[in-house]
Design a protein around this ligand. Structure first.
Ligand code: NAD
Length: 272
């Protein structure tokens, strides 16, 4: 039982690790003894996080990485292997939406620029696929390891206003299942691929949709979300930790290809 939820000494790469959700996962996993590599485009935030982590004993590195460029991911992966000798887990936490791909009174769906749609689609889908190719290859050679993707509520049923993000996250869930089967069948049954689908967490990506910029009060959309969440609140990034530790540890050894909602009941509620 003692080893069931053990992530001590695991080498865990977190793309988007300097973001709100990724950094909270990094803090928690570092605290549990994992060796952490933050791969994020925002080098300053990544470096600051590592300085913060190193105030407690442990090992962490920050590597400026663009998850949309294979060379950049490969260079970072090489550094991680040089430093820590292997990669046990990849958490694909890089992703997000873009205001120009969000419909509303000022932007009809018919006028969403192709570039904005493509940006969101690429960031979430390709930004999951490319690290899974580059780092997945290392994991395949090792014949064991875990890939954990971040999907969304939008993957089950799309939310209004965010067509690109919804479609991209549905693709991330689908890809999670595909990759789980592929890696287990073609490389090793000891490789597992799962995803979490967080509900609504107040972060930079959605703050402008859920709260009023000036007053900080909930917008109509923010209120609708709370009303549709049986637990009656937004999630706290720390609410993800238990599920992530479970999916990265031997406790979930026979689980691959699943997308676990962490949503306060949002996806279970019909609205009536
Ligand atoms: P965030 O914006 O705080 O973090 C995203 C991080 O990704 C940032 O640090 C950013 O610098 C990095 N990034 C962006 N483009 C990059 C690129 N090309 N290469 C490397 N790094 C890049 O967002 P978050 O809320 O922490 O979200 C993390 C993940 O969780 C995303 O996939 C998001 O879609 C998903 N998610 C968030 C919520 C929520 O409520 N916040 C809900 C469901 C899913």
């Amino acid at each position: 039982m003692n080893n069931l939820f053990d992530v001590n000494d695991q080498v865990i790469v977190i793309t988007g690790g300097a973001g709100v959700l990724g950094s909270d996962l990094a803090r928690a996993l570092y605290g549990l003894g994992a060796k952490i590599a933050i791969l994020d485009l925002n080098e300053i935030a990544g470096d600051e996080l590592v300085v913060e982590l190193h105030k407690k004993p442990g090992q962490a590195i920050s590597l400026k990485t663009n998850i949309l460029e294979e060379d950049s991911i490969a260079a970072a992966a090489d550094e991680v292997v040089n430093r820590f000798g292997r990669i046990d887990c990849l958490i694909n936490a890089g992703g997000g939406n873009h205001p120009k791909a969000t419909t509303g009174p000022d932007l009809s769906f018919f006028d969403v620029p192709k570039e904005a749609f493509q940006f969101v689609s690429d960031l979430n889908l390709l930004g999951t696929v490319l690290p899974s190719q580059v780092i997945g290859k290392i994991i395949a050679k090792q014949e064991s390891g875990i890939i954990l993707n971040i999907s969304s509520m939008n993957a089950f049923r799309p939310l209004t206003r965010i067509p690109a993000y919804s479609a991209a996250k549905a693709a991330v869930s689908n890809f999670t299942q595909w990759l789980a089967v592929h890696l287990a069948q073609e490389y090793s049954p000891k490789i597992r691929v799962n995803a979490i689908a967080p509900g609504f967490f107040l972060t930079n990506q959605n703050r402008f949709l859920l709260t009023d910029e000036k007053t900080g009060e909930l917008t109509t959309r923010g209120k609708q979300i709370i009303d549709h969440t049986p637990q009656g609140r937004f999630g706290d990034p720390e609410d993800l930790i238990g599920t992530v530790v479970w999916l990265l540890s031997p406790a979930s050894i026979f689980i691959t290809g699943v997308v676990v909602p962490v949503d306060g009941g949002f996806s279970a509620f019909s609205g009536v």
